[in-house]
Design a protein around this ligand. Structure first.
Ligand code: SAH
Length: 364
């Protein structure tokens, strides 16, 4: 793992002032305002003298170097692939809705959680992102958003945020305190890292917690989400209850619908038993095809039926629009399909057959 140089968004205000020891406080203020209130590059902070801007740029490089951009859904969705120092690459997605814009950010280059259906999981872990690499994704997306107000941040890009806890949390605090987002507009998504959830429950900002559940019994979840063997469902639900009790925030569950695997009526029934005591919200999304996983997403009609079954069991459920670029589908796919996605206006192209493909779990 290569050591990365300090980039401009790595430092908090006090740390930056310390590094710039000797610089007048009003200059530090101007710099900070330019970086966070205006979200502009150092070169554009014209309240600072040009010579100072040049010095600052030389000392603090930006973390993200654009590798690819993909626009889809009539400009509603923009994805970026960034090259980082040391050769890793991560994705960020900006999504515009009628009244808000959401940025989906990565917390690690790669991921060690090894969920077989996930493009990032298939590729394995490279390294943790730094605070600056996380924060800059939001700043760059806001710059591109223009008139649209970036109101929500979700840690649903590449990586497991709770496995990179401290940088993730410092980034959350920065996005809250300096970027100006309220905690209820920040969502941390986890595959179920219980110690991380417990830590989050003790933290002072009540962010939203999303749990990528995908299966409601241990036998199936052990196959889909290997971490389940370490942190099984009952313990995970206890941690979710504790989070709800501590923060008063309803937990949401992500459920990627996999054809014939987790989309049966019995799955809906089991899921409802888990969600009801928590009054949790369920987000359904048909699985997006990835090169390393042979099973497809649940067909549209069955997705609707599954949602209706959940509703009938009393579950609060949303079906996410599958526009090929939906946040949950973004995980690792731009990097995996970089070439194909760049050539297409419709988001990632369907997965191609791969010799490294693994068979999905079979139903009994
Ligand atoms: N590691 C964290 C953050 C990543 S969020 C977590 O697992 O929650 C990315 C979301 O997209 C997760 O819910 C993940 O399970 C889901 N996902 C991954 N691959 C997918 C695919 N091929 N189709 C649909 N959703 C997928």
């Amino acid at each position: 793992m290569s050591k990365t140089a300090t980039t401009i968004y790595d430092l908090g205000r006090a740390e930056l002032a310390e590094r710039l020891d000797g610089m007048a406080t009003y200059r530090v203020d101007q710099l900070w305002r330019g970086l966070y209130d205006d979200g502009i590059a150092i070169a554009e902070i014209t309240t600072l003298p040009a010579s100072l801007r040049a010095e600052l740029e030389a000392e603090f490089p930006t973390a993200l170097d654009l590798a690819a951009e993909s626009v889809s859904d009539d400009g509603e969705t923009i994805k970026w692939l960034w090259n980082l120092q040391g050769g890793a690459a991560v994705e960020t997605v900006l999504m515009h809705y009628r009244d808000r814009s959401t940025v989906c950010i990565s917390s690690q280059a790669g991921c060690a959680m090894a969920c077989g259906f996930c493009a990032t999981g298939q590729a394995g872990f490279e390294r943790h992102l730094t605070v600056g690499e996380i924060v800059e994704q939001v700043i760059r997306a806001r710059r591109a958003a223009g008139e649209h107000r970036v109101s929500n941040i979700v840690f649903m890009g590449m990586g497991e945020p709770l496995a990179n806890y401290d940088p993730m949390w410092t980034a959350v605090e920065r996005l809250h305190g300096d970027f100006g987002l309220s905690a209820r507009h920040l969502t941390v998504s986890t595959v179920g890292v219980i110690p991380g959830i417990n830590k989050l429950a003790k933290a002072d900002l009540p962010v939203n917690l999303a749990v990528s559940l995908h299966a409601a019994n241990d036998e199936l979840r052990d196959e889909l989400v290997p971490l389940n063997k370490r942190y099984p469902i009952a313990d995970l639900m206890d941690a979710c209850h504790a989070y709800f009790d501590a923060k008063g925030r309803r937990v949401s569950f992500e459920w990627a619908l996999i054809d014939g695997v987790n989309d049966r009526r019995s799955d809906a029934k089991e899921l409802s038993r888990l969600t009801q005591p928590l009054r949790a919200h369920v987000n359904l999304i048909p699985l997006n095809p990835t090169p390393g996983y042979l099973t497809q997403g649940t067909p549209k009609a069955r997705v609707r039926e599954f949602a209706a079954e959940l509703e009938a069991f009393g579950v609060n459920v949303t079906v996410r629009r599958n526009r090929g670029t939906e946040i949950d589908a973004a995980c690792g796919q731009l990097r995996a399909n970089s070439q194909a996605a760049m050539a297409s206006e419709d988001g990632p192209s369907p997965a191609t057959a791969s010799t490294t493909a693994v068979a999905p779990p079979t139903r009994r």
